[in-house]
Design a protein around this ligand. Structure first.
Ligand code: ZN
Length: 90
């Protein structure tokens, strides 16, 4: 796998922990990127949001690590069929 940046890795880990949960870039930006505040106009502090997460998510899609819905949400795909769910030992 091609190496991920620190931010790409953080976003990927976040989505991978919640397989198949469709997540907006706004939510990803607030939760994954929200630990650090950015200086907004007029000296107000704003949380990072979709503009932070979108390019990171797009890069992860390009690497084939996550998927994007037609509504612009992102998720880590995990098959839920019995054969894949790990319920049976083979
Ligand atoms: Zn399956």
């Amino acid at each position: 796998m091609r190496k991920l940046t620190k931010n790409q890795c953080a976003v990927f880990e976040y989505l991978r922990e919640r397989p198949n949960v469709k997540t907006s870039p706004t939510e990803i930006g607030n939760i994954v990127g929200g630990g650090r505040l950015m200086k907004g106009s007029g000296n107000t502090l704003i949380l990072r949001h979709s503009s932070w997460a979108s390019p990171i998510c797009k890069a992860l899609v390009a690497k084939g690590l996550i998927r994007r819905t037609n509504k612009g949400q992102y998720y880590y795909y995990e098959c839920e069929c019995p054969a894949c769910s790990g319920m049976d030992e083979f």
